[in-house]
Design a protein around this ligand. Structure first.
Ligand SMILES: Cc1cc2nc3c(=O)[nH]c(=O)nc-3n(C[C@H](O)[C@H](O)[C@H](O)COP(=O)(O)OP(=O)(O)OC[C@H]3O[C@@H](n4cnc5c(N)ncnc54)[C@H](O)[C@@H]3O)c2cc1C
Length: 493
């Protein structure tokens, strides 16, 4: 690796591995690339950069993998931007040379969503700035900031983003590109519903700030826009008062209908700040039992939790209830010990052909029941099943496609099977498609973070009434259709 200070490309390539070799041309004031054979390749004349452009094998291999571990597309290079100007320069470079582009946060998609064959991956973790918390309770952060770091920074001010994903080590840009759902969504919508402005670089290489009142079409095309129109480089997020402590409830249910009825009741009366739940296999292996998970926020965000009032009317098996008081920080990061154990056991590195579906609430018992009736413990592997309600009225981002229902439910089959078992992965992709078809026939949609074979026609159906808006924004902001081809929404590859 050559170290060159300020606005100079640092290209970490290894000669002999097929990687590019870069030299600065004083006449063109650009970096000329030649591959290991000396021939000029697609990376010729890379512009000067503040950050690094990597073409070494470990960087390319890492960029050709994700949390799914079953799709692999190798890019030509990986940009680790030292500035937004680097993102602008390299997107313009890609436009000149017709190179496809994929931004990548933490690479926790499961189906190659942040990968790009023969193109440029823009890794955002170097865009990690967290700005000051403003008087009107907002904070502006770099797209590569992880939600865990953001929570720590805002908690120092007694404030918090209102909605979190279950796992905090995801990037702000990565979850705003998909939606960002969690147990607080029934109260506050998705993470994308809590953004006041975005700083982006369009697919044409133009840096812009957009908001509901400024380039509103771009704002709407970017939030939950799957990276199709722009790369998010920064976001301004709303904050709310944080509780000091949280009372956390795990309430077991013997049957799904009662579980779903109680969840609906809780989502409607909003007595809890957080509401989720898992479906579990009974002794016969049928997915017919469940554990409702809820949390009440204490002062200063809410009143001191009162078990009698909070559990009033619920029909769980009281003897199995688990109730604990934890700090808000520990509550947010509650998956950390489980993740450490999964890493230790090797399950974290398993293939994750996940499926995330959004089901109309009016038919959730029948539709989720049909999907779960087809599910076996073997097909779930070392994974788990989530099933919980959202509040339709709080989901206002046009491209976060949810069923037309006041209370859609998220059903997530978070499968985990050994990555070497490619036959199982193939079988589960087929099973995912079958389950999706069942849910789509009932008016449901997918939440596109999992592994679901989807055609361009499927995407058109997925976007429905929002398709013309997305297609128009794509034509305006990414006219060469270079951004995130792995989704297969516009590109045929
Ligand atoms: C363990 C685990 C738990 C999860 N829990 C939840 C949960 O509770 N709720 C939930 O909603 N989701 C959850 N997810 C899914 C997760 O939110 C998405 O997969 C998310 O996109 C991952 O963020 P990332 O930073 O890894 O993004 P990546 O995987 O790197 O990227 C995801 C997509 O967004 C695009 N993208 C990334 N960064 C940008 C950017 N800056 N600008 C534009 N596009 C960009 C990529 O090109 C890609 O298409 C979970 C995933 C895992 C692995």
């Amino acid at each position: 690796m050559v170290q060159i200070p300020s606005r100079r490309t640092v290209l970490s390539g290894l000669a002999g591995t097929g990687a590019a070799v870069i030299g600065f041309d004083p006449f063109t004031r650009s970096w000329a690339a030649a591959d290991a054979t000396g021939a000029h390749g697609p990376l010729a004349h890379v512009p000067p950069l503040d950050g690094t452009l990597a073409t070494d094998a470990p960087s390319l291999d890492a960029a050709a993998d994700d949390y799914g571990h079953h799709v692999h597309h190798r890019p030509l290079a990986v940009l680790r931007p030292g500035s937004v100007a680097d993102v602008v320069a390299m997107i313009r470079f890609c436009n000149t040379h017709g190179l496809p582009i994929a931004p990548r946060g933490q690479g926790h998609g499961t189906f190659g969503q942040a990968q790009v064959d023969g193109g440029l991956v823009i890794e955002t973790p170097t865009l990690a700035g967290i700005g000051p918390v403003t008087r009107d309770r907002t904070v502006t952060v770099g797209a590569g900031v992880k939600w865990s770091a953001l929570a720590k920074a805002t908690l120092a001010h007694g404030l918090t983003p209102p909605v979190f994903t279950d796992y905090l080590e995801l990037s702000v840009g990565g979850t705003l590109a998909v939606g960002g759902l969690g147990g607080q969504t029934h109260q506050h919508g998705a993470q994308v519903d809590n953004v006041t402005a975005l700083q982006v670089v369009t697919g044409a290489g133009e840096p812009l700030t957009c908001s509901p009142t400024r380039h509103a079409d771009l704002f709407e095309a970017t939030l939950a826009g799957l990276g199709q129109c722009s790369v998010i480089v920064g976001a301004t997020l709303t904050l709310v008062p944080a509780p000091d402590t949280v009372r956390h409830y795990l309430l077991p249910y013997d049957d799904l209908e009662t579980y779903l009825d109680d969840q609906r009741r809780l989502a409607e009366d909003r007595r809890f700040a957080y509401l989720e739940g898992q479906v579990t296999a009974d002794a016969s292996g049928a997915f017919s039992t469940a554990v409702l998970e809820a949390a009440a926020y204490g002062p200063p965000a809410g009143p001191a939790p009162d078990d009698t009032a909070l559990l009033d009317g619920l029909r769980h098996t009281a003897s199995g209830a688990q109730i604990s008081d934890v700090t808000y920080g520990d509550f947010l990061d509650r998956l950390a010990p489980t993740v450490a154990a999964l890493k230790e056991s090797g399950v974290w590195a398993y293939a994750h052909p996940w499926l995330n579906l959004l089901i109309p609430g009016d038919s959730v018992a029948a539709t989720a029941g049909a999907v779960l009736a087809d599910l076996t413990e073997a097909d779930l592997g070392a994974g788990l099943v989530l099933l919980y309600p959202l509040t339709g009225a709080r989901l206002t981002t046009p491209l976060l496609r949810t069923p037309d229902d006041p209370m859609p439910y998220l059903l997530a089959l978070l499968r985990a099977v050994p990555a070497t078992d490619t036959a199982a992965v193939d079988r589960l992709l087929t099973a995912n498609r079958k389950a999706y078809d069942t849910v789509a026939a009932a008016g449901g949609t997918q939440y596109p973070v999992g592994s679901l074979p989807f055609t361009r026609a499927d995407w058109r159906h997925h976007y429905g009434a929002a398709w013309p808006q997305l297609a128009a924004a794509k034509a305006t902001y990414d006219p060469k259709a270079l951004l995130v081809p792995g989704r297969g929404i516009f590109q045929t590859t």
